[in-house]
Design a protein around this ligand. Sequence first.
Ligand code: 6PG
Length: 466
Amino acid sequence: MADIGLIGLGTMGAALALNIAEKGFPIAVYNRTTSVTRDFVAGAGELAEQLTACETLEELIGAIAKPRSIILMVPAGGPVDAMIEQIRPLLDEDDLIIDAGNANYHDTVRRAKAAEQAGVPFLGIGVSGGEEGARHGPSIMGGGEKAGWDRVEPILNAIAAKFGDTPCATWMGPDGAGHFVKTVHNGIEYADMQMIAEVYGIMRDGMGMDSKAIGSTFAEWNRGPLSSYLIEISATVANTADSHSGEPLLDVILDSAGQKGTGRWTAIEALHLAAPATVIEAAVAARNLSSRVDARKAGQDLFGSAAQPLEDSTLNLKDLEMALLAGKIACYAQGFGILTAASEERSWPLPLPEVAKVWREGCIIRSAMLDDMAAALADHPGGNLMYAPDFAKRLTDTHGFLRKVVAAAALEGHPTPALMAALSYFDTMRTSRGTANMIQGQRDFFGRHGFDRLDGLDIRHGPWAD
Ligand code: 6PG
């Protein structure tokens, strides 16, 4: 009998199934299109003996040891509901369904509630790391009934990425907690990628560097404090030649970014929670604007190209590296801020240090810095990451570079919306006397909304004429 079942042998499902099989857990697999299942098992090599290929759902269910656990790896949204509806009646009451796709956490909350009302177990788990991660060690963010998690934890620990000996697989809390953490991961992923793209733009258009030189720079940065998967792959992407034209691949890729929506979900949730995520919002907006290729061309025809070459002495590569570091810290402070706000709003005690730990390996945003973030978050529960001594020191050392880069970019027309958002956030969060007194005055003027005073007196309105 199989220890577990998996439905949906797309890229991620197939990779996850092979990972599970490789770790010694017999697994039953099913795909709606039978030929996909057959081809998958035929291509599994010696792992095939751990796989049971099933051509019907009934066959799948019959092949799994009781109480059953079944992973769904079908496209997020309607297909998940449709599959749950199809298999639930075929299952026993204590059989566990695990949605491991990139679900909107609101859907997971709804599905978890329905499962609870029906008295059946359900988990929603976020799986990060792309195909490679799914095959050899993803980062896993679990949510749902703790008892369900405990049941499959040995398998998830075995297949997850490891930081040292520690598996990057953690139960984050009830119902949608795991998918919520995965959503915030993706928002940070968007922002990290955008800030890297912004410094790439300055190197390309401002400093006249070719892709090879840019690739070498990223490779160099990957040996320093920015060391991370995204910097590493940026080096590889920049260093790769197009097999068709022989040109640097980067130079032939259309500058229009796709998105499936998870970054946008993060921004939406941040707004709902009143937890500013301006760096992530900037990254989402930048992706949207990137797809308006014709409009951007029309703008350039009308106003002339924005990005001008920089004087040789304006910026150096160290400035860019340190600016990216500062931007990244501000961005993560916002990301963890969303998680803190969600913990309060939804009564999910999201374990922030554990979130940072689970992101240390396997996932797309894995980086050297996350281990230090885990320690900082443990020492300063509920606080802003920027104020934790270790990160306050790093920001003190680097924010001048961020300012220098953003200022040079602004003067010479290089769009850097995410880096700018990071700088504005940092500056706002170190300004004790801000400017909202003006807004309060305006609000009171037109709507008698009232204000608090610095002197504490109970005079809440201005002497405006009626
Ligand atoms: C991961 C990634 C992944 C994501 C896609 C791209 O953690 O492995 O975040 O889950 O869905 O890589 O997402 P976009 O199409 O929105 O860029």
